[in-house]
Write a protein that binds this ligand. Structure first.
Ligand code: ZN
Ligand code: ZN
Length: 365
């Protein structure tokens, strides 16, 4: 299925399902992921994927060779996680709503085959048993997998939001059987894992956005991630100002993902077309040449000068054809966008952020 002609450059949400999703399926579990990497048919030698530790300023194109951009990509890499889902929900639909296009992995419903994708650490907060908002909820102690099975669960814990595609983590059933590996830059890296326990989803399935909730009682980890998110947001904003005027010339599109569920890789390319969502939400999706493979589904795609701020997320959807990939729907940052203030979360309490989340995700138009 092709996107509409590039003259129109608008699309209907139903056309989101075009192309091939890039979740990696591994019948024999995690151990086989390297075989999938080795026998890849999309990018057989993975030549244009850059391991995080070898990424340098020279990998950025001439017109974007900027120290701050380099730093920002490195932090984006640190915030990128490998997502591993151990079940496939029986609730996945046969087809995308209103189409005949099969929904990803509908044929694996109810199975325990392992699948992998990519996500981004997006927000983290610390909670204690005493906090009123937690006393009022069903979560009154650390919901990490270790504490869930302990008679003495931790009374102070961190909760993360990891943003990924809904076709990677479909519902709460899958969220509870999901884990994220952090700082997986190479095979010898220590295993830093956080466990999924719940998720929020975009109100429209076609928009394909999932906010996976994960927990840990490693408070040092919470602090490390908190600082990285803060640095990323600050740098991102500076770069937005610097590169927005030239965004339609350099067209830089960067993906950090975990191809085949293996260690993290950075890919640098350009976007080709930008399609606005029919209707008027300042939302769009992009096509791009930046390399991705199975396992890249759900990775954040950073369109320099377009992507910015907390909610302006374009996530990798899949391959449209052999040369071209495409994102799901994200918001564009524009200087005159009236609602920017409304969603500026810098100084808001966690409660206020939750309110905005609920408004964005669950209230109908
Ligand atoms: Zn590959
Ligand atoms: Zn715990």
């Amino acid at each position: 299925m092709a996107l509409p002609s590039s003259n129109a450059l608008t699309f209907n949400a139903k056309e989101l399902s075009a192309g091939q999703h890039e979740t990696q399926i591994s019948e024999a579990g995690e151990i086989n992921l390297h075989k999938h990497f080795k026998h890849c048919t999309k990018n057989p030698k993975h030549e244009n994927f850059i391991p995080v530790d070898t990424f340098s300023l020279e990998h950025l194109p001439d017109d974007c060779r900027d120290e701050e951009l380099y730093d920002c990509v490195k932090i984006l890499a640190d915030l990128t996680v490998r997502i591993l889902v151990r079940v496939t929900s029986p609730n996945r639909p046969d087809v995308w709503p209103g189409t005949n296009t099969p929904y990803p992995l509908h044929d694996l419903r109810g199975s325990n085959e392992l699948k992998t994708g990519t996500g981004r650490l997006w927000m983290v907060s610390t909670f204690t048993q005493e906090q009123e908002e937690r006393r009022a909820s069903s979560i009154t102690s650390c919901p990490c997998s270790k504490c869930r099975h302990s008679s003495n669960p931790s009374k102070i814990w961190g909760e993360f939001y990891v943003v990924t595609a809904t076709h990677v983590v479909f519902d709460e059933t899958e969220a509870k059987e999901t884990s994220c590996r952090l700082f997986y830059n190479g095979e010898t890296c220590p295993r830093v894992i956080i466990d999924g326990f719940d998720a929020y989803f975009d109100k429209a399935l076609e928009y394909d956005r999932c906010w996976l909730r994960c927990a840990t009682c490693d408070l040092e980890l919470v602090q490390v991630v908190q600082e990285k998110i803060k640095s990323f947001d600050t740098l991102w904003e500076k770069l937005q100002e610097k590169f927005e005027p030239s965004r339609d010339e350099h067209k830089l599109a960067i993906v950090v993902s975990h191809p085949h569920g293996c260690s993290k890789q950075i890919s640098v390319g350009q976007w080709v077309d930008k399609y606005n969502v029919a209707g008027d939400y300042k939302e769009s999706k992009f096509t791009y040449t930046t390399c991705t493979c199975p396992g890249s589904s759900g990775a954040m795609v950073y369109f320099l000068g377009y992507s910015g701020g907390k909610y302006w997320l374009h996530l990798h959807f899949g391959g449209l054809n052999a040369e071209l990939n495409h994102s799901g729907v994200g918001f564009d940052v524009a200087k005159n966008y009236d609602n920017v203030e409304e969603y500026d979360l810098e100084n808001l309490s966690d409660e206020a952020v939750d309110d905005i989340m609920n408004k964005l995700l669950f209230e109908s138009d």
